[in-house]
Design a protein around this ligand. Structure first.
Ligand SMILES: C[S@@+](CC[C@H](N)C(=O)[O-])C[C@H]1O[C@@H](n2cnc3c(N)ncnc32)[C@H](O)[C@@H]1O
Length: 296
């Protein structure tokens, strides 16, 4: 494969990327041209909020082509275009052959939730100390066990007395990791729901790879009351969902919420106060886990 890399000002990135796509590039990626320098620009906002800016001041746009001829032809067609003004060609060069599968896999190692509860990619041996494990590969949906919010929910699950999880709802299931974790610690009649159909598909795949039985679907698939309700979403949707989620917790049951930053604890407590009394139960890297119990 050959790579054509271009330097583009912010207002040209989209047009140039679209043109490369139309010129049959196999892929087009965009990076901050000033990354790792003093001029590097962070492009992220508060969780749930849009980023402060849509693009970097100067971007490196990299297009992959199957061979040198295709890369040079695309370059020759782009350069005379009006929209290319202000852009420049950085290089047309071969991409070194690599074992891409091995390279990708090497970035994902087993993750310990507790000393004996592990999340393990399918291509890895189980660590010796893993008494309980979830087999999970990175995919389209959120939830590989590396994010603090997922880890805190799993830790909470692992700490519950045996047989106490009961009927369980995973609301915003992503990869299904919490539902599968709950099953491994004795939950029964598990429902896993998400607004994203790709997450529902991913949950089904991961559940069957882990020999776990659950019912999955869009949020309407949740039915009745549950002994355990888990929701790792974000503070803003969690506040909106307060009456719905609390309405799903059975008498004596638990509500477990994640996706909340430390400074958002009070607003969450207030939003849930008409229904249940939330408390901070755990924290990791600036994120907190909040739980509540419905009186029996
Ligand atoms: C942070 S991910 C959590 C995934 C997984 N449960 C975990 O703990 O790693 C949040 C998930 O919630 C879903 N989600 C967001 N808003 C939702 C809503 N209003 N109702 C249901 N699911 C929602 C997203 O599609 C996403 O898959």
């Amino acid at each position: 494969m050959f790579e054509l890399s271009l330097l583009c000002p912010e207002d040209r990135v989209e047009t140039v990327s679209d043109a490369l796509d139309a010129l049959d590039a196999l892929s087009v990626s965009v990076e901050d041209a000033d990354a790792q320098t003093e001029a590097e620009q962070a492009l992220f906002g508060e969780p749930g909020m849009p980023p402060p800016k849509e693009g970097w001041q100067r971007s490196r746009v990299i297009a992959l082509f199957p061979n040198e001829e295709a890369a040079r032809e695309a370059c020759a067609l782009l350069e005379p275009q009006d929209f290319f003004e202000g852009c420049s060609v950085l290089a047309v060069k071969p991409v070194p052959e690599q074992d891409w599968v091995r390279l990708t896999q090497s970035q994902f190692a087993p993750v310990d939730i507790t000393p004996d509860f592990w999340i393990v990619p399918s291509w890895h041996e189980l660590p010796e100390q893993a008494r309980v494990s979830i087999r999970l590969d990175p995919g389209l949906a959120f939830g590989t066990g590396t994010h603090p919010t997922t880890r805190m929910c799993l830790r909470w699950i692992a700490r519950q007395p045996q047989g106490s999880l009961g009927r369980t709802l995973d609301y915003g299931c992503g990869s299904g990791i919490l539902a599968i974790g709950a099953a491994k610690f004795g939950a029964t009649q598990i429902d896993a729901v998400d607004i994203d159909p790709a997450a529902v598909e991913s949950t089904n795949y991961n559940a069957s790879a882990n020999h776990v039985q659950l019912r999955s679907g869009l949020p309407d698939a949740a039915e009745g009351e549950y002994q355990t309700v888990l929701a790792n979403i974000l503070a803003t949707p969690l506040k909106v969902l307060a009456p719905l989620l609390c309405g799903r917790v059975a008498a004596g049951g638990s509500l477990v919420l994640a996706g909340i930053l430390e400074r958002q604890a009070d607003e969450l407590k207030q939003a849930y106060a008409p229904y249940l009394k939330l408390e901070v139960a755990d924290s990791e890297d600036g994120w907190i886990l909040m739980t509540a119990q419905r009186p029996a």
